[in-house]
Design a protein around this ligand. Structure first.
Ligand code: AMP
Length: 459
């Protein structure tokens, strides 16, 4: 009884589910969808990867009346990255329902274009609490017709200090609405939010089945503080450094490590909270499309990212507390793949490592690392390079248009074109590194969708 067609879903949604290749429901979907479709409030403990987005996405699309031009569903997410992903997922599910208008409203983006796109109410808004609150306050968004409110990754929204904004939002939307709350953890604050905002909710917890628990190999390496960078470079050389995340405790080390790795011939980029949203986007796009092989981040900056299942995670410094350490290593080895988590530890950091050992409840696996003398600059470049096109969704540019221009006029093979990300006003496309310059020249000389668009290459 886990087929989607056992649910009372609109045929258009069943078609989408089929097109997406979802043959049966995930446990969280099987448990939560029947209650959600009945209109009940639901509180669900669900991790990324559980299929929670499709669960609430299907439910809110089922109750949507497209002919009514009003905001009917509001999804609040902790970060812009998550909001973008959720929007994408809902758009895919809505692909067979004509005229669904969905808008993503996040902080860190200019207000003007958002106001311009709000001249007609969208049916669905996905956004971060602060910005959504601002639009409701200004009256550029109207919450009176909201039927469904989704709080996605509620624990992270509380961690990020969005509690007041959420309460204020709830006070500004229709009194009678369904509240769906998803959270990876259930601290007391979440229970309190549920008590405040939900009516008689159905509670759902899905245990991760033990046989699909990820296999993570943890290694600890003793290093001399002066040889840390050499150790890191050595660990990243070769196959396993093709897609790795490196954590530093301090922001200034993130920049320094990224610069030094870049100097040594790696495709490495830094990510920290001080960066402009656009720069963050570009770093993430490049890491995801394999134009950057090593991402160096602070814990805070990495929080909002949906990057998991990486083959290698390295702690350049031992995390200050065992919880942070656990978060770090959880970035590797998801979904049945084995991951490697390496922690570099200087003698001064030993007490922190012992702390982790205690929480872990078993001895740490120490591995010797013989650091070979640096051999000068060796190239460890990522396989792809990113081109940026100065046009996006607002210009009705679609991935197919870009692929068409590259394989048509520019003469590339489809295999040499990687991931294509189209944002509101810009688009990014990954090209096999050795062909990137040629593709750039050809795109500049030719047209995309019949127009001459500005194209440049990143880094
Ligand atoms: P989420 O937990 O929402 O981030 O979803 C994780 C991934 O699972 C996404 O890539 C979805 O496309 C995929 N997914 C969601 N539901 C199903 C399903 N019933 N069968 C297979 N894949 C699914």
């Amino acid at each position: 009884m886990t087929a989607f067609n056992t649910l009372p879903l609109k045929p258009a949604l069943l078609t989408s589910v089929e097109t997406l290749g979802y043959s049966e429901m995930t446990p969280i979907q099987a448990q939560s969808l029947p209650a959600m479709l009945e209109g009940r409030d639901v509180i669900a403990q669900a991790q990324t990867g559980s299929g929670k987005t499709a669960a609430f996405g299907l439910s809110l699309l089922q109750s949507l009346g497209v002919e009514t031009i009003r905001l009917q569903a509001l999804v609040l997410c902790p970060t812009r990255e998550l909001a973008d992903q959720v929007s994408k997922a809902i758009r895919k599910l809505a692909a067979n329902i004509p005229n669904v208008k969905l808008l993503t409203l996040c902080g860190g983006m200019p207000l003007g274009p958002q106001l311009a796109s709000l001249t007609h109410d969208p049916h669905i808004v996905v956004g971060t609490p602060g910005r959504v609150q601002e639009h409701l306050k200004r009256g550029s968004l109207h919450g009176g017709g909201i039927k469904v409110l989704v709080l996605d990754e509620a624990d992270r929204m509380l961690d990020m200090g969005f509690s007041e904004a959420i309460d204020d939002i709830v006070g500004r939307i229709a009194k009678h609405h369904q509240t769906l709350l998803f959270s990876a953890t259930y601290p007391d604050e979440i229970r309190e939010v549920s008590r405040r905002l939900q009516r008689n909710p159905v509670e759902i917890t899905v245990e991760a089945p033990t046989d699909t628990k990820p296999a993570i190999e943890q290694q600890f390496i003793d290093v001399d503080p002066n040889r840390k960078l050499d150790a890191l470079a050595q660990l990243l050389t070769g196959e396993r450094g093709q897609h790795a995340l490196v954590f530093c405790n301090m922001r200034r080390d993130v920049d320094a490590v990224a610069e030094e790795l870049d100097r040594r011939g790696f495709s490495a980029l830094a990510l920290h909270g001080d960066m402009e949203q656009r720069d963050r986007d570009e770093v993430l796009v490049q890491f995801a499309n394999r134009s950057c092989s090593v991402l160096i981040a602070t814990d805070v900056a990495a929080r909002g990212l949906d990057i998991t299942a990486l083959p290698l995670v390295i702690s350049y410094d031992v995390a200050h507390d065992p919880d942070t350490h656990t978060h770090r290593i959880g970035r590797t080895g998801r979904a049945g793949q084995t991951g490697l988590a390496i922690t570099l530890c200087t003698p001064r950091e030993q007490p922190k490592a012992e702390n982790i050992e205690q929480v872990l409840g078993r001895p740490l696996a120490w591995h010797p690392l013989k650091i070979s003398p640096p051999r000068g600059k060796t190239l460890n470049l990522a396989p792809m390079k990113t081109l940026v096109i100065d046009a996006g969704r607002q210009d009705k540019l679609r991935p197919g248009d870009i692929l068409g221009a590259l394989t048509g006029d520019a003469g590339l093979k489809a295999d040499d074109v990687g991931k294509i990300d189209v944002f509101a006003t810009r688009a990014y496309v990954a090209i096999t590194r050795s062909l990137a310059n040629r593709a750039l020249e050809r795109l500049r000389a030719g047209k995309i969708k019949g127009r001459n668009l500005r194209v440049r290459s990143l880094h």
